[in-house]
Design a binder for this molecule. Structure first.
Ligand code: PGA
Length: 257
């Protein structure tokens, strides 16, 4: 099981991680989708690990509802444990609320909150300190891609936002090209393959293999083509994770038919 202070087991690391990022969407009513996802995974036993990251306000209720049937995570955390940081939430608080994972360095945090690679690395360390799986996001803008800078940008982000002692039991990387997020556009399978292979090359880690997820406009139609790629260890899903049916269809795409 993801996080829970005891890391991710060896068996789990062989499985795909299908993670939903609800962003700033969801109120108490949306817990029905979490229940539907949890119930869906009980009906069909998926080969992949399932994680939903609702907004902070729903984390505790979602975790209580999920009862371990699926994992619940958050979308951000502060690097510190406690202190005078109005409006912030620490990784320890998330763990206390029942979260077992946290997304850090999402491009929307980097863009709208000015988060730097160094801050993202500090947040990843905070996640580890609290026993949470850190899902560290990286990815290039359209302009960087057009300028042929995507590989350099990704290498720089990996070097500065993934702490050196990252390993598979504590960390996953989400490659999310910014131009693919919420746009319906995705890189071609061969582009995803190439980028994931480059990311893998950078991740020389001492322990278990770090999972590399793809994110950006994953939907039930393209899921099989993306998740079937040998270098893709799962997906981070925004829009399509808000509907249980679509999310479960994506998770089902990981299963051998
Ligand atoms: P999307 O978002 O699936 O809606 O493109 C992905 C993300 O931002 O994590």
């Amino acid at each position: 099981m993801i996080g829970s202070g005891r890391g991710v087991g060896k068996q789990d690391l062989m499985r795909h991680l299908i993670a939903g990022n609800w962003k700033m969407n969801g109120t108490g009513q949306s817990l029905a989708e979490i229940e539907a996802i949890a119930a869906g995974t009980a009906l069909v036993s998926f080969a992949s690990e399932i994680l939903i990251c609702p907004p902070f306000t729903l984390v505790a209720r979602a975790a209580a509802l999920a009862k371990g049937r699926i994992a619940i995570g958050a979308q951000d955390c502060h690097p510190g444990r406690t202190g005078a940081f109005t409006g912030d939430i620490s990784a320890e608080m998330l763990a206390d609320a029942g979260a077992t994972a946290v997304i850090v360095g999402h491009s929307e945090r980097r863009r709208y909150h000015g988060e730097t690679d160094a801050l993202v690395a500090a947040k990843a360390r905070a996640a580890w300190r609290a026993g949470l799986l850190a899902i560290i996001c990286i990815g290039e803008t359209d302009a960087q891609r057009q300028a042929g800078e995507a590989h350099r940008v990704i290498s720089d982000q990996l070097a500065a936002s993934v702490p050196p002692n990252a390993e598979g039991s504590t960390t996953a990387i989400a490659y999310e090209p910014i131009w693919a997020i919420g746009t319906g556009r995705t890189p071609s399978p061969s582009e995803i393959e190439e980028t994931h292979a480059r990311i893998r090359h950078h991740l020389v880690c001492p322990g278990e293999r770090i999972r590399i997820l793809y994110g950006g406009s994953v939907n039930p139609v393209n899921a099989q083509a993306i998740l079937g790629l040998p270098t893709v260890d799962g997906a981070l899903i925004g829009g399509a994770s808000l509907r249980a049916g679509d999310f479960l269809a994506i998770a089902a795409a990981c299963d051998p038919s």
